[in-house]
Design a protein. Structure first.
Lengths: 112, 116
């Protein structure tokens, strides 16, 4: 079974802090994704990566950056956290395009 | 642009009732893929099914069935004899094969509550 592991289930940070969310997958998947999920808005894609060191902006990249130095690890960075970034963050991976994405358990991030 | 609409925000049914979750999509791609995911209260999205645009056969898996109709751009999901464990948020999603084909476009989800 594919395992996508997110480093924290719950996280509380303060406004202005730099925040790192880590995601690791164990199935040698090419593609990795970061979404945020908000009530009434569904899942929105922040960034994705289709190869090591490659990244593409999703629908809502503002205020975020990503890093993929190794194939199995994809990090989401909030450069200067703001209260409107309080949300559930979901990481996913897939072997190729069009294949099902496999999701981690999510990180519920609160910015105070 | 791609779009997925799940018009039902919340549905409540009594256990053992059948329930259908609607999904309507828009895409300009002639080849595309449709997905359903389940998100139980624990939070992890679980993949249920993938269907490509050339395969309009309905699919049944246990109590779950899916009805894909290209003519109406719909990919509806039916749970037969619902159970409390079916309570979750269900998402329909679309992947095109043109530009941006790595991305899944999700609907906003339908929250299903099955009452014992």
């Amino acid at each position: 079974d594919v395992k996508v592991t997110q480093s924290s289930r719950y996280l509380v940070k303060r406004t202005g802090e730099k925040v790192f969310l880590e995601c690791v997958q164990d199935m040698d998947h090419e593609n990795m994704f970061w979404y945020r999920q908000d009530p009434g808005l569904g899942l929105r894609l922040i960034y994705f990566s289709y190869d090591v060191k490659m990244k593409e902006k999703g629908d809502i990249p503002e205020g975020y950056s990503v890093s993929r130095e190794k194939k199995e690890r994809f990090s989401l960075i909030l450069e200067s956290a703001s209260t409107n970034q309080t949300s559930m963050y979901l990481c996913a991976s897939s072997p190729t395009a069009y294949q099902p994405q496999h999701f981690g358990d999510g990180t519920r991030l609160s910015i105070l | 642009a791609q779009k997925v609409t799940q018009a039902q925000t919340e549905i409540s049914v009594v256990e053992k009732e059948d329930v259908t979750l609607d999904c309507v999509y828009e895409t300009r791609d002639t080849t595309y893929y449709l997905f359903w995911y389940k998100q139980p209260p624990s939070g992890e999205l679980v993949f249920l099914i993938r269907r490509n645009s050339f395969d309009e056969q309905n699919e049944i898996s246990g109590r779950y069935s899916w009805n894909f109709q290209k003519s109406t751009s719909s990919f509806n999901f039916t749970i037969t004899a619902s159970q409390v464990v079916d309570s979750a948020v269900y998402f329909c999603a679309l992947s095109g094969t043109g530009a941006g084909s790595y991305q899944l476009t999700f609907g906003k989800g339908t929250k299903l509550s099955v009452i014992p």
